[in-house]
Write a protein that binds this ligand. Structure first.
Ligand code: GH3
Ligand code: MG
Ligand code: MG
Ligand code: MG
Length: 322
């Protein structure tokens, strides 16, 4: 395994046992980023597992396996199936083109290698990958606040519920809603309202700091915070801190709102694992729980924290700040 070029950018894995091909490709492709080599299938598959490249160039004939088999294996594995594979081939047998696409490859480059054709074909794959990655990121971000959006929240919560029940450890969810926000919009206008939402987003980011924790814009003027491995007590304490920090920010509210400054209501719900699984082990249960607690906040005059209790007791209150 040799890392020839150390430039930033894409990483390209060349799988070929012919040194002259490898050297020629390295020359042509070094401007794309880092180039890695493997000279047999076994080595290549191991490298892809440890460090998945952005593009793979694959020889048809390798010492230990056919390139077609290697490609089929890569495309069968969810971990590697999205990596574009380009075959390098001098084979001119009829039906070969078809075989290449049948095993899931994106394209092929024929020998003798023409540097400009190689660069063009790899460039297309690299650009395509980059566009997909950008779209993927955008699809999971909220445009106004830059926080994770609802779609990302749903994915994250499900994955963490699974992980926390396996470990097992508790998981907490905060549902955070701006109080009387309609009044805010009506009084200050929608643009000011947008700005207020952004300020709440920044405040949440500063207060939710552990690497495992996660903040999302759930929708409108509602936010969600997922706290893996966090007990109810600690989740309530964090909710209290957030609520207090919002009050201290002293954003003037509309005169018709219940409080002179913008405040938050926070519903907390915690799932505690018993014997390696949650009785209510699904995302909608924890969201419902936090929602019910949030509803209790609104009924108790807003600007407070309430917890949902799965044991069926009425929602418990948290010491109110202010
Ligand atoms: P409550 O204290 O019960 O939560 O009252 P509320 O007025 O905050 O709740 P309601 O759900 O009635 O109103 C939410 C408002 O949030 C209505 C909607 O126009 C506004 N809103 C939702 N998304 C945005 C946004 O992106 N920008 C702005 N400016 N306003 C938004
Ligand atoms: Mg070969
Ligand atoms: Mg709301
Ligand atoms: Mg609201």
């Amino acid at each position: 395994v040799i890392n020839v070029a150390a430039k930033q950018g894409q990483s390209i894995l060349i799988i070929d046992d012919d040194t002259s091909v490898v050297l020629a490709l390295q020359q042509v492709l070094q401007s794309f980023g880092r180039i890695f080599f493997a000279s047999c299938a076994e080595e290549a598959l191991a490298m892809v597992k440890v460090n998945p490249p952005d593009v793979i160039l694959l020889d048809v004939e390798l010492p230990d396996k056919s390139g077609l088999e290697v490609c089929a294996e890569l495309k069968a594995d969810p971990q590697s199936q999205a990596i574009p594979v380009l075959f390098i081939t001098s084979l001119t047998e009829p039906g070969f083109e078809e075989q290449v696409f049948a095993v899931g490859a994106e394209d092929y480059i024929s020998k003798p290698l023409n540097p400009r054709v190689v660069a063009a074909r790899v460039g297309i794959q690299v650009a395509h990958q980059r566009a997909l990655r950008t779209l993927e990121q955008l699809a999971h971000l909220d445009g106004l606040t830059g926080l994770a959006n609802r779609r990302r929240f749903d994915e994250f919560l499900e994955a963490e519920l699974r992980r926390c029940s396996r470990e097992p450890m508790p998981i907490s969810l905060l549902m955070i809603d701006i109080d009387h926000f309609k009044h805010y919009n009506d009084h200050f206008g929608h643009l000011a309202g947008d700005d207020c939402i952004k300020q709440v987003a920044r405040l949440l980011e500063t207060h939710v700091q552990r690497a495992a924790d996660f903040v999302a814009r759930y929708g409108g003027e509602e936010f969600a915070v997922v706290l893996p491995g966090t007990s109810r007590q600690r989740a309530e304490a964090l909710a209290g801190e957030i609520q207090l920090a919002m009050q201290r920010l002293s954003l003037e509210h509309a005169p018709t709102a219940a409080h002179p400054v913008v405040t938050l209501s926070i519903g907390v719900c915690t799932m505690v694992a018993s014997a390696g699984s949650y009785p209510e082990r699904n995302a909608s249960a924890i969201v419902d729980g936090a929602d019910q607690a949030l509803y209790q906040c609104k009924r108790s005059g807003r600007h407070c924290v309430r917890s949902h209790d799965f044991a069926g007791q009425p929602a418990r209150g948290h010491a109110e700040a202010g």
